[in-house]
Design a protein around this ligand. Structure first.
Ligand SMILES: [Zn+2]
Ligand SMILES: [Zn+2]
Length: 368
């Protein structure tokens, strides 16, 4: 089961088991001074030793923690020889010994090594846990939104690292108490009655840091993966529509089922078609002759076909026509396509044409 707790804090400080508080403090000060990183620049061993000393002192200088630690030792769970003899490294003794067996005595170690955020293997026997749901926004074309179809997506999914089961520790190594917060997982800000406890930034509130970092995840306990998926988009989706893909979320833990992938669609704007609910709106230009004399024009529909629209003589710019049933179909309902015409005035005209327009104006009594 443990990990750092197999360390002999008394031996680390070089004191006997019945050493008094003063003796412990003196031993700690002496050792801390000797191994302080400032006095041992560039010496990683000294830094390690310094942390170890801090860890030992944080436990032995606290009456409550020390008492519980002593009881742990007495129960045999943290005899270094015993725990090394059992099981593989890093999981030493996990089968033979459980914190659960100790009842409340495990508190100190759960407070030191497990703040409940992350699992540290063996400290807690958790049942299967369902993986997290993953949310992802997908941009699709209007055509796909309307007609549906298959698309390929690549979803970034952050999952617990399988190598270290999320602890961030290299398999075979363990956790040690965080020096920054003395293993409590929290640090205080402010003074006296105004002190506020915050999660320790060095250990992310866990109270413990890995002795050696997992090489797969670099100690973060998580891995970001890209999952390539073929997704069938149902016809009729719109911006904001969601699609839940069961079991495509993050992997479950301890044999738990995976979470779901929840896609939110974002429909790309189209240069011609505009969508409003089930209806499709377009604007087309017509010329002056078409507006005056009437015409038949071909209009593209969102379904890829063409509809023939009859423009009656004397049509005003801005008039809207309806092409029935050429909108979006969803849940058994189908919208329409609306066509707004915009009369375009020629920007240039040969003199002959201008002469005809003058005649036209005379005939119809238009002033110009
Ligand atoms: Zn890892
Ligand atoms: Zn900490």
């Amino acid at each position: 089961m443990s990990i750092t707790t197999s360390k002999d804090f008394y031996r680390i400080l070089g004191v006997s088991e019945d050493a008094g508080k003063d003796e412990i403090r003196k031993a700690y000060r002496k050792l801390a001074k000797r191994h302080h990183p400032d006095a041992n620049a560039g010496n990683p061993e000294a830094a390690e030793r310094f942390k170890e000393i801090g860890e030992a002192y944080s436990v032995l200088s606290n009456d409550e923690k020390r008492q519980q630690y002593d009881q742990m030792r007495k129960y045999g769970g943290f005899d270094p020889r015993a725990s090394r003899a059992q099981g593989r490294p890093g999981q030493a003794g996990s089968e033979a010994f459980s914190f659960d067996d100790l009842g409340g005595l495990g508190d100190i170690f759960s407070s030191i090594f497990d703040r409940g955020r992350r699992r540290t293997e063996g400290f807690e026997r958790r049942g299967p846990r369902r993986g997290q749901d993953v949310k992802f926004a997908v941009e699709i074309s209007l055509k796909t939104a309307v007609k549906g179809g298959k698309i390929s997506i690549e979803v970034p999914i952050t999952e617990e690292c399988t190598t270290c089961s999320g602890s961030g520790a290299r398999p075979g190594s363990g956790l040690r108490s965080c020096v920054e917060c003395g293993g409590s997982g929290t640090v205080s800000f402010g003074q006296g009655g105004f002190a506020v406890n915050r999660p320790c930034p060095a250990c992310m509130g866990r109270g413990a840091v890995p002795e050696a970092l997992c090489t797969s995840c670099g100690g973060g306990g998580q891995l970001q993966q890209k999952r390539k998926l073929q997704v069938t988009v149902p016809a009729g989706v719109d911006t904001g529509s969601k699609l839940r893909l069961t079991g495509q979320g993050a992997r479950g833990e301890s044999g738990g089922s995976p979470g779901d992938l929840i896609l939110t669609f974002q429909v790309k704007p189209h240069s011609f078609f505009r969508r409003k609910g089930l209806d499709i709106h377009v604007t087309i230009p017509i010329n002056v002759a078409q507006a005056i004399l009437g015409s038949k024009v071909k209009v593209r529909t969102v379904h890829g076909s063409h509809a023939v629209l009859t423009i009656p003589p004397g049509t005003q710019s801005g008039t809207r026509f309806r092409i029935a049933g050429q909108g979006v179909t969803k849940d058994g309902r189908t919208g329409n396509q609306y066509v707004e015409v915009k009369v375009e005035t020629p920007e240039s005209m040969p003199e002959e044409g201008r002469e005809k327009i003058r005649e036209f104006a005379e005939v119809t009594g238009m002033r110009y």
